[in-house]
Ligand binder design. Structure first.
Ligand SMILES: [Fe+2]
Length: 390
């Protein structure tokens, strides 16, 4: 009988994330997945550690050659897809005198790791930005007077239910800014878990390729609608373009400080791709009207912009938050510098990347037209989001 591996041989993904943020970190990440997996997706963050790629098979077939590539004096964290092959490799490294730990759960755990960062913490209300670091996806939790709303919840709904339980808040509202094409929404499942209504704009409750109505239970969002969460008022602003049913949520509190959850309408850099529904040119014209006319006229310059994604870690503030005042957005976002619609449309159409093939399937999942298990969901969500024209 083999004795169980000591707990110290493994590092949780939360401890790993803390470790790589420390200044003077001596961490060397050793990725032992095969070339294809490594090239498709790897660990990146605002503090990406130096990464060495040596496939597991090299440790099995040519152990000495593999060990020769490992520098001395480093704190080595081994990672693979699920944490089993890397556990074996970390064991070999320790037997050969290296300080090595296994990243528990591997890339699967990294992919489902969420960081909750406070945007504002007043006595009357709190807003948190939830960052799924591996994918660059953002969602938001709003809490006031024991009530909670979640905007654009991501797939791992236990992250939200546990957070709300820890903050003594009851879920009263779940809002999706649009039907997502890059990740599986946690909206319907979170609403069911918390006994709260799930809201989506009805134009996004039709699959853009299949033209079939959504099979998820939802309440319709409409332009001008308002919700209340404790001291907070949420106003709905319909901004078609990225999708036909894209909305923004403008949140005001009693002192009239305002926050805008922009979903994929605009990002801190770039804006939401207009082509993921297959009608890039016509939806791009809608996007121009939505962003350059309606959004610009409606959102005051001093409002905080809180997007649904980021494309680069450089977009983060020193504290790790992805946010900006609206005036800064109009000043800094290079895609918002066009003076007329035709040049915006022409330039954007010339710079659209290929449509990621999984988008169609993910929209099927999000409209309830396709059910997937955990493994299939992980496959659909592999890698970073590609939502922005940027
Ligand atoms: Fe999107």
């Amino acid at each position: 009988m083999t004795s169980p591996e000591p707990a110290a041989a493994h590092l949780s993904v939360a401890d790993f994330y803390s470790l790589i943020q420390q200044e003077n970190s001596r961490v060397l990440l050793l990725d032992v997945r095969n070339d294809q997996e490594f090239n498709a997706w790897r660990i990146e963050s605002r503090f990406t550690p130096e990464t060495l790629h040596i496939p597991y098979v090299i440790f099995v077939e040519e152990e000495e050659a593999a060990l020769d590539q490992i520098p001395a004096g480093r704190e080595i964290i081994a990672v693979c897809a699920r944490g089993r092959a890397s556990d074996f490799v970390a064991g070999i490294l320790r037997q050969n005198g290296f300080a090595a730990l296994n990243l528990a759960g591997g890339m699967a755990a990294w992919g489902s790791y969420y960081v909750f960062r406070p945007v504002v913490q007043e006595s009357e209300y709190q807003i948190y930005q939830v960052d799924r670091v591996a994918r660059g996806c953002l969602s938001y939790v709003l809490i006031s007077q024991g009530q909670a709303a979640v905007v654009d919840p991501l797939r791992h709904v236990a992250q939200y239910t546990q957070f709300l339980a820890g903050h003594g808040a009851a879920l009263t509202l779940v809002l999706d800014s649009h039907a997502h094409a890059d990740h599986i929404s946690g909206g319907p499942a979170l609403a069911r878990a918390g006994g709260a209504p799930y809201y989506l704009h009805p134009y996004d409750a039709i699959h853009p390729f299949d033209l079939l109505p959504a099979a998820v239970e939802y309440q319709p969002l409409q332009d001008g609608q308002q919700f209340t969460v404790g001291h907070l008022t949420i106003h709905v602003l319909h901004l078609p373009g990225h999708t036909l049913g894209q909305v923004n949520f403008l949140v005001t509190e009693p002192r009239q400080r305002s926050y805008v959850f922009t979903g994929d309408a605009v990002f801190l850099e770039g804006f939401g791709r207009p082509d993921l529904g297959g009608r890039g040119e016509s939806w791009l014209t809608l996007a121009y009207e939505s962003i350059f006319n309606k959004f610009k006229a409606t959102v005051p310059a001093d409002n905080w912009i809180l997007p649904g994604h980021y494309a680069s870690f450089d977009e983060a503030s020193d504290g790790g938050l992805y946010l900006k005042k609206a005036a800064e957005l109009w000043r800094d976002n290079s895609w918002l510098q066009f003076s007329d619609r035709d040049s915006f449309v022409e330039y954007t159409l010339a710079h659209l990347a290929d449509i990621p093939p999984q988008c169609v399937e993910i929209k099927r999942v999000n409209t309830g037209l396709l059910a997937v298990d955990e493994h299939q969901a992980g496959e659909l969500e592999l890698g970073r989001n590609l939502c922005a024209v940027s």
